[in-house]
Ligand binder design. Structure first.
Ligand code: FMN
Length: 334
């Protein structure tokens, strides 16, 4: 199946183009222009949207699932959750009260439904998050050696509004060093697996990861296969130990709704971080291997399941936007 080209023009979405007097169906579709700007693992954009009047049905697109890196589909659903959150932030901006319902994808084929009710939300997002929808980007930089401002930490923590999702913030050097070791171990295991490298090379080859140094490095290494595991392990463990904060989102349940909620929480944090000039970098390898994932939970002293791990800090350069496939690629049904 051929896909339309990736493009960066999707980032130029203009709020003035919102069809305020249009049918609710058209207004709902406009919100999805923001949904596709969400982060996703390998920028695979593994979502589909089905708009029915005031209802937007979100599903995971298994043709875009990273079945080698993500065999238990954790990243798949976290990524869809990020798109759900962007949609909700945009919906509130344009005057809706978005109501999210979660589903069991195995029985419904759907992950979540966002219903666009009229009126003011009982617990609204900070309105400024809307501005970050078109500016947020993942950073791969080495972060500066300075702590996260306490007020920023508090504001980020306050965004965790879901009782089922916990944000663990790690800033002590010993725990960061232990997490860096898990990362190094997972990097070696993943990069030793030819199927993992093939899958990563596929997405790099499509251009999904843009032309960042990460994509260039990994793309080159996937071709040469030279000591890639050791190099990634050394680089990534340094990225972790040098970050002022490593954050982990955990949930008591380990199922698709918990992962969608994790994605929503992460995206909220990433949007606010972007407005505070705080760089954000998810690092998934530790969670991709069951053995390192369960050791991470032990290290954090939790019986919850770790769902998403990311670095937070300050970087002296702003990352570039990665491209996206256009919205038409993801619309299904009526
Ligand atoms: C569930 C999930 C897992 C991710 N894992 C990683 C990762 O392991 N390493 C990394 O560099 N970026 C990771 N990312 C970031 C994506 O690569 C990034 O979101 C994508 O390339 C789009 O770029 P953007 O966030 O700058 O728009 C992850 C993102 C999500 C949502």
């Amino acid at each position: 199946m051929s896909r339309p080209p990736l493009t960066r023009s999707v980032w130029d979405v203009d709020a003035d183009d919102f069809p305020a007097d249009g049918a609710v169906h058209d207004r709902a579709r406009f919100l999805l222009r923001y949904a596709i700007l969400a982060p996703s693992s390998h920028n695979s954009q593994p979502w589909t949207f089905d708009v029915h009047d005031d209802e937007i049905r979100f599903a995971a697109d298994e043709s875009r699932w990273l079945d080698v890196a993500d065999p238990d589909q954790r990243e798949l659903y976290v990524s869809v959750g990020c798109a759900v959150e962007n949609c909700c932030v945009a919906a509130e901006h344009f005057g809706f009260d978005p109501q999210v319902e979660y589903h069991d994808p195995a029985s419904t084929g759907r992950v979540a439904t966002v219903r666009l009710a009229d009126g003011a939300p009982a617990d609204p997002h900070p309105p400024e998050l809307f501005d970050a929808l078109t500016t947020r980007a993942t950073s791969h930089a080495v972060f500066e050696d300075r702590p996260l401002a306490p007020a920023t930490r508090q504001r980020l923590a306050a965004l965790v509004r879901d009782d089922d999702v916990t944000l663990q913030v790690v800033d002590d050097p010993d725990t960061k060093a232990a997490i860096a070791q898990l990362q190094a171990e997972a990097d070696r295991l993943q990069m030793d697996d030819p199927e993992y490298r093939r899958e990563l090379g596929h997405w790099v080859g499509l251009g999904a990861l843009g032309s960042s140094w990460l994509a260039a490095r990994v793309g080159q290494a996937v071709v040469t296969h030279l000591d890639i595991g050791d190099r990634e392990a050394a680089k990534n463990s340094k990225l972790i130990t040098s970050a002022p904060v490593v954050a982990v989102l955990t949930t008591p349940a380990d199922d698709p709704p918990a992962r969608v909620r994790t994605g929503q929480t992460f995206e909220r944090v990433a949007l606010l971080a972007s407005l505070q000039d705080v760089a954000v970098h998810p690092m998934s390898q530790t969670l991709e291997r069951p053995e390192t994932r369960s050791r991470l939970a032990d290290l954090l002293g939790t019986t919850d399941s770790p769902q998403h791990l990311f670095r937070l800090g300050y970087a002296d350069e702003s990352p570039e936007h990665t491209p996206r496939w256009p919205l038409s690629e993801f619309l299904t049904g009526g």
